[in-house]
Design a protein around this ligand. Structure first.
Ligand SMILES: *[C@@H]1O[C@H](CO)[C@@H](O)[C@H](O)[C@H]1NC(C)=O
Ligand SMILES: *[C@@H]1O[C@H](CO)[C@@H](O)[C@H](O)[C@H]1NC(C)=O
Ligand SMILES: *[C@@H]1O[C@H](CO)[C@@H](O)[C@H](O)[C@H]1NC(C)=O
Length: 401
């Protein structure tokens, strides 16, 4: 009995020391955040355990948990919700019932989930997209895309492009009563990566380009060439999303090769031929002083990972690496960044580059924010932070779209 109690006590101590994360003082709803963070870390612990005993892959377990949260398309008093496909890509449509004198605004939304999981079906995305349609009397198109590791880059990007091209045809916009001059593309996290990459790609299509009035990037990931940014190092054990897990999932976007995440942790994963790209992600020049703190920029060691992985140098996977001629023709851009977020500095660097080139940018930075907060707006995981981000985003859309 004594021994069992001792083992149990020891287990509890180990468990708490593994999951417990001190929460910065300016974060509100501390206890809720601690609980959410501990549940996220518990999932990761279980997923790692199941992978180690060979029962199932890490990402399959996480995906299974996330899928439990899926919803059916359910219409309500104000919005008709249906699902269909655009060029074989699944979409969920939110069509306001209210009749307007004029054509409606539209938002195309890409969900997050590190390219490995997630769907517009998740409660929180369904909630956000319905809210957007309702508040703006706008048509909302939520897009799903093939996921890693079953499908690697560029499948996700190609699905996004296919759905956007389909929707932006004149006859389709007309069918849904959408004003072709008032369309925004939005996405959070990896959905933000896709949004930025798709908006760039669409600049090659004159008849489509003019229809994208703006893009909204909500705590986006925009590069992987440098994996030792100040935000990576500061948020190594970050709230909900740690640096290890980010690297694990992001590398699965490109390849199953387990050497890539190891090389990324050493910041030695980029090939020798990528040297010319580093100026586009040079945090020494692109980050404000307050984020650099006293860190000294050290260039990455190139050539430490020699497998050929398509995508590592591709702007369709890393929109921050696009050159100035492409960036300067981008439409009006909205960016949200969070202080306690591994990918915070990606957003900051993109904002600096776009502003330097004269692109109109609205940037909201949440000093008490952390990654993925938009996922916490539905029962039982409400966080005021999620609603605040939602309202900032919706207000910006309402005023500008
Ligand atoms: C980054 O910027 C710093 C400061 O301007 C400069 O010294 C360094 O050479 C740059 N590095 C790269 C890789 O562009
Ligand atoms: C890749 O690097 C490893 C270790 O640095 C080396 O053993 C291997 O031969 C290299 N492979 C190629 C194809 O260059
Ligand atoms: C900039 O990038 C685009 C897209 O990758 C490319 O087509 C173009 O040639 C590049 N322009 C310059 C000046 O390098």
């Amino acid at each position: 009995m004594g021994f069992k109690a001792f083992c149990f006590g020891l287990f509890c101590i180990l468990y708490v020391s593994y999951t417990y994360q001190p929460i910065p003082g300016n974060i509100k709803e501390t206890w809720k955040v601690i609980a959410l963070d501990a549940s996220a870390k518990t999932c990761i612990l279980v997923a790692s355990f199941l992978e180690n005993i060979g029962f199932m892959r890490f990402e399959d377990f996480i995906s299974m948990i996330v899928t439990m949260d899926n919803t059916q398309p359910t219409s309500d008093e104000y919005i008709t919700v249906t699902e269909t496909t655009f060029n074989h890509v699944p979409v969920r449509l939110y069509l306001p019932k209210k009749k307007l004198e004029t054509p409606k605004r539209a938002v195309i939304y890409f969900h997050g989930g590190a390219f490995c999981f997630g769907s517009f079906k998740q409660t929180s995305y369904d909630f956000l997209n319905r809210w957007t349609a309702n508040r703006l009397d706008a048509v909302v198109v939520a897009v799903d895309y093939r996921l890693a590791p079953h499908y690697h880059f560029p499948a996700q990007f190609e699905d996004g492009i296919a759905a956007v091209k389909y929707f932006l045809q004149d006859n389709i916009l007309k069918k849904y009563g959408v004003d072709p001059n008032r369309i925004c593309i939005s996405g959070d996290s990896s959905g933000g990566t896709l949004t930025a990459a798709i908006t760039q790609e669409m600049q090659n299509y004159p008849e489509i380009k003019s229809k994208i009035k703006m893009q909204a990037l909500l705590y986006p990931a925009l590069q992987i060439i440098d994996s030792h940014l100040p935000s990576h190092l500061e948020n190594q054990h970050g709230i909900i999303l740690t640096w290890d897990i980010t690297i694990k999932f992001v590398s699965l976007y490109f390849t199953k090769d387990e050497e890539l995440p190891r090389a990324m942790k050493r910041n030695q994963h980029m090939p020798l031929e990528s040297r010319h790209l580093f100026k586009f992600a040079n945090w020494s020049t692109l980050l404000p002083e307050k984020l650099k703190k006293n860190r000294i920029y050290t260039a990455s060691v190139l050539g430490g990972y020699n497998s050929s992985v398509p995508g590592l140098m591709d702007i369709r996977a890393q929109p921050l690496l696009a050159n100035d001629s492409l960036l300067q023709i981008l439409p009006s851009t909205y960016v949200i960044t969070c202080q306690y977020d591994v990918v915070r500095d990606d957003g900051f660097m993109y904002v600096t580059r776009l502003r330097n080139l004269g692109v109109q940018v609205t940037h909201h930075h949440l000093e008490d924010g952390f990654h993925g907060a938009l996922s916490y707006m539905t029962f039982p995981f409400y966080l005021q932070l999620g609603f605040r981000i939602r309202d900032m985003y919706i207000n910006w859309l309402d005023e500008n779209l």
